[in-house]
Design a protein around this ligand. Structure first.
Ligand code: NAP
Length: 333
């Protein structure tokens, strides 16, 4: 089969289109013909992992070392990127009960990746589910990563109808779904991003947008029940006055100092809490996301599609910071 392979860390040029062995499903696995797979934050990071200094890694140092060991110290251990996908079940292992040949599916491979290829195998009980019927393969392929992360992180703070929520990083993979989920839960949502993506964030349903290159949301006198910072670009000390009395400061990316703040605000009698949370992966959440998509509660906006052989070009476009929505590799049309 055709795949995009990388054997050394570096810029998009390390990605090569080549012939590799087609996988064979084990007894409990499904073989999936990949139709579409987006380029997301994880792809860009994994492609160049060894060249990212620990200070630029958005998580505690203690997680950087195992991540480096996982991805490979000098050379990548995994050779095919692509953590999320949509496609069709091509064949099933003999013990598979949940899927049949021809089922349209979408799913998440996590850091094991492998979707930048014509075929992939997954255990039937893994992060795979029937794809939303109202979405194209390209649209559906961009739901799992941001959807799972946003859903499981937002659950930690129990967003309520009528709450005021600010999402710092609303135009990215996680923030774009977090915004739509917060709207689904009935919150009033402000999305923060940079100038080129203001319209995109409005289209996703934000009640208000703030351009972080023009305005510091911590200085505008507004208060929020939840500030969800995706990249951890703000700080609790600066956000404190922008939180309501029992406000929550939720972080998807955090270092040790933020973990210590979480500990402190959980022990000391502070009404405003810092919450650093790790997402969890459960196949039933994919089913829930499918139901939300089919009910029109979450949508995917595609900026550009590239054929598999132009994956390096797609990485370049994402890295240039020009995208307004998702950039997706169309593997089979
Ligand atoms: N906790 C967990 O379980 C978990 C799981 C997965 C990932 N993560 C973390 O999530 C992060 C990736 O999230 P993602 O995939 O959504 O990334 P992404 O797609 O690259 O989006 C990044 C977002 O941050 C915004 N941004 C960039 N600089 C900013 C600034 N100075 N101030 C405010 N916003 C800024 C971007 O806006 P513009 O594009 O408009 O500039 C964009 O909306 C990584 O740090 C990763 O480690 C955490």
């Amino acid at each position: 089969m055709k795949a995009v392979v990388y054997e050394q860390y570096g810029p998009p040029d390390v990605l090569h289109f080549k012939e590799v062995e087609k996988p064979t499903p084990k007894d409990n696995e499904v073989l999936i013909k990949v139709y579409a797979t987006p380029v997301n934050y994880g792809d860009i990071t994994a492609r160049n992992f060894a060249n990212i200094p620990p200070r630029k890694f958005n998580m505690p140092l203690l997680l950087w070392l195992p991540a480096l060991a996982f991805f490979g110290l000098r050379k990548p251990r995994i050779h095919i990127l692509g953590s999320e996908f949509a496609g069709k079940v091509e064949a099933i292992g003999r013990d598979v009960k949940l899927f049949k040949e021809g089922d349209p599916v979408f799913g998440y491979l996590g850091q094991n990746m492998g979707a930048n290829a014509e075929y992939l195998c997954m255990p039937e009980g893994g992060m795979v589910a029937l794809k939303p019927a109202n979405m194209t393969y390209e649209e559906a392929s961009a739901v799992p990563y941001g959807g799972i992360m946003a859903l499981t992180l937002l659950r930690k703070v129990n967003v309520q109808s009528g709450q005021r929520v600010l999402i710092n990083g609303a135009s990215g993979g996680i923030g774009s779904v977090a915004l739509q989920l917060a709207k689904y839960y009935g919150a009033q949502v402000t999305g923060v991003c940079s100038t080129p993506r203001l319209e995109y964030v409005r289209t996703l349903g934000a009640d208000k947008v703030i351009d972080y290159t023009e305005e510091d949301f911590t200085q505008n006198g507004e208060t929020y029940d939840l500030i969800f910072d995706i990249l951890g670009k703000s700080s609790f000390s600066r956000c404190k006055d922008s939180l309501t009395q029992n406000g929550r400061y939720l972080l998807a990316s955090f270092k040790l100092d933020k973990l210590l703040q979480m500990l402190r605000t959980s022990i000391v009698d502070s009404s405003k809490k810092v919450i650093c949370a790790m997402a969890s992966e459960k196949p039933e959440d994919l089913v829930f996301l499918r139901e939300l998509a089919e009910a029109g509660k979450i949508k995917t906006i595609i900026d550009r599609c590239y054929p598999l052989e132009q994956t390096a070009e797609a990485h370049r476009y994402v890295e240039e910071g020009l995208k307004k929505g998702h950039v997706v590799i169309t593997v089979h049309a």
